[in-house]
Design a protein around this ligand. Sequence first.
Ligand code: AMP
Ligand code: MG
Length: 420
Amino acid sequence: MTKAAQPLMPLDVAIATILAQVKILEGVDTVDTWDADGRVLAEDVVSEIAVPAMDNTSMDGYAVRSVDATHSGARLRVTQRIPAGSHGTLLQAGEAARIFTGAPIPPGADAVVMQEHVQTDVQLPDQVVLHQSVASGQWIRRAGEDVAKGAVVLSKGTRLQPASLGLAASIGKHRLKVMRKPRVALLSTGNELVMPGAVAPADMKPGAIYNSNRFFLRALLLRSGCDVSDLGIVADQKQATMATLAMASQTHDLIVSSGGVSVGEEDHVKPAVEALGVLNVWQIAMKPGKPLAFGWLNAAGEPDPHKTCYFMGLPGNPVSSFVTYLCVVWPFLSALQGMAPSASPAYVLPVHFDWPRPDKRREFLRVRRNSHGGLDLFPNQSSGVLTSVVWGDGLIDVAPGQVLRHGDMVAYWPFSHGLS
Ligand code: AMP
Ligand code: MG
């Protein structure tokens, strides 16, 4: 380090500072429900109908009046047949209706007998004998038991999942109003970086490494619902960097970079961002992921940060980059899309390992759930070891100085929380 270490900022303070500067994106898209997976709802979805629309049977069998079937051996006349998609007529005393799953219960009937629980006789095809007494309401799915007419079935700010699309479809919604996607430009810094495919592994020069951050950051941004422009590896030169950032800031909501934000780093992103807007480089009290930059750019000199392009500079170490994405970029993008903050981001689970040498910083360890209901630790927690992220399925949040013993309960954050 070339300058005196500045005090580290608690992660919560950094996140709160960033979220306080977020203005929800303007612009709504109307998309087919068919294509809406992963989009964020821009309005509440209200049902104009009840689902199911009417009482219907959950079994193949016979619709009956329970008063006619109070004892085993009751004999009923089968007077109608109601396949799914049709409807029956009034059921009279002593009658049963042959009925199939999903078909509406005919008027007069108040229960369904499973076909396995009746006896039929080929000699008397229009009669059934019941094996057991019948309780009123049995095997009936009630009108509105899934959705009441007028109910909000999906709330504004929800990211649509496969099941949400099904629920929207079940109330007849074929189009949905969703937030427009954040437009994000992604760039990598680092003269050591080489794209896989550009140089064969055997021909890599000493000191050269493949650009891995570019791959997972792009994939993470896509999973966060963004339109991603990949700006590649930006030339190590201030004017070129400024030109790239100035252009990108005109057409993007956010620029994400990786690398070059450590204190004392000789790089051109920092001065370029500072020349075009505002940059705060923070040292966050977290491990991995200490260096983090946040700010905004506007080549036209627009002083209002809400009319600008945000800038997020992530650390270069791959695990630091991944973890800061989950901890900082993901909540930022969620807020930008108008999503409600996750109420409870963590599960509480026991560690099945010891952690005797805690750090002074809040630490996020790569762990994996095991089949005994606990968490295993990846042995190498170095911020360059991307294998730990692939092996693991989540992070645990370890307070500064916190020693862990086998069985201690910790806050566990599955990676999937930041990927949904
Ligand atoms: P920096 O934050 O630029 O000081 O980089 C820290 C470490 O991360 C260095 O070992 C870099 O070589 C490495 N690094 C930076 N960017 C990338 C990248 N895009 N892919 C893989 N490793 C990177
Ligand atoms: Mg670098």
